[in-house]
Design a binder for this molecule. Structure first.
Ligand SMILES: NC(=O)c1ccc[n+]([C@@H]2O[C@H](COP(=O)([O-])OP(=O)(O)OC[C@H]3O[C@@H](n4cnc5c(N)ncnc54)[C@H](O)[C@@H]3O)[C@@H](O)[C@H]2O)c1
Length: 272
């Protein structure tokens, strides 16, 4: 069985740890690290098989494990992805927005080659990445429209410089329109799906993003329209927000668990 390390013990990390502990993923969680010791302890308390809490991320990277799951923040990816790969560990990244910084992406791509390691990016809160991957060379335009309750957008960097007052929004209102690289910078905790879509398809400058604040919704909805010489693709996912972190959709957690299950299993691989 694969030995797994976890970087980040919040909503996603906790669900993944519980899935491993409950036998859904044929692996053992042996080490965890979170910059909040309290969060690491809270997680470990919930598990039957207790992983070791490492004192820092360097010790996590050096531990005798095969793969590290990052479920922390873009900062955690920026600061630690290279060290993890240098320590000859595969890496699953949830804070995908970090990879829209081209210098980070280049470093990670080169490290994968140099150390013969893999980086996995689960599909997150959207569907259809398999199709977008397949038609990549024939794509002409990609638009993502993300609709969330104003509460789920609260605290984003965007509001530091914008006049938009979320409390005053009474009907569905487009608060942002721009390319994916801008969207990820201004809404780092909300729009990992824009990063995934860009990395799979046309790149961050040619992937258009619209963010709608809707006080009447209790879902995180992502609609994707992709057009090209292959035809047209329309995908809409209405996500239930996670109970512990409304910025994170339930599907994002389930897709990470399924990806990890595949990585750890010897079986037929379905889908592109
Ligand atoms: N790929 C996707 O589709 C997708 C979907 C939802 C969320 N995410 C991203 O996944 C990450 C985790 O999401 P979550 O809902 O579990 O968040 P969360 O806030 O519930 O948990 C994050 C945990 O990571 C810890 N942490 C943050 N920065 C850290 C660092 N530098 N070093 C160590 N620990 C650190 C925090 O203390 C916290 O315990 C976020 O970056 C989020 O944007 C990705």
């Amino acid at each position: 069985m694969k030995r797994i390390g976890l970087l980040g013990c919040g909503a996603i990390g906790t669900s993944i740890a519980i899935a491993i502990d409950g036998g859904k993923i044929p692996a053992t969680l042996t080490h965890v690290y979170d910059k909040s010791k309290e969060n690491s302890k809270k997680l470990v308390e919930r598990l039957q098989t207790k992983p070791e809490i490492t004192e820092n991320v360097g010790l996590l990277a050096a531990a005798p494990i095969e793969i590290i799951i990052e479920a922390a923040s873009q900062e955690a990816v920026r600061d630690n992805a290279l060290t993890i790969l240098q320590n000859k560990k595969d890496l699953m990244i949830m804070s995908v927005g970090a990879l829209l910084d081209e210098s980070i992406l280049e470093v990670i791509l080169q490290a994968c080659k140099d150390f013969k390691k893999k980086v996995y990016l689960p599909s997150g809160a959207i569907a259809g990445l398999d199709a977008i991957k397949s038609v990549k060379d024939e794509l002409e335009s990609v638009i993502l429209v993300t609709t969330k309750h104003p509460q789920s957008l609260k605290g984003a960097k965007f509001f530091e410089t914008s006049d938009v007052n979320l409390e005053e929004i009474k009907q569905p209102t487009t608060i942002f329109e721009g390319d994916a690289s801008k969207a990820v910078k201004l809404f780092p905790a909300n729009i990992n799906v824009a990063a995934l879509l860009s990395l799979t398809g046309l790149g961050s400058q040619k992937t258009n993003v619209r963010i709608v604040a809707d006080p009447n919704t209790d879902k995180n909805t992502h609609s994707i329209e992709a057009i090209g010489s292959f035809g047209k693709l329309f995908i809409k996912v209405e996500n239930i927000p996670d109970q512990n972190n409304p910025k994170t959709s339930r599907l994002a957690i389930l897709s990470a668990i399924e990806k990890l299950r595949q990585i750890c299993s010897d079986e037929i691989s379905i889908g592109t």
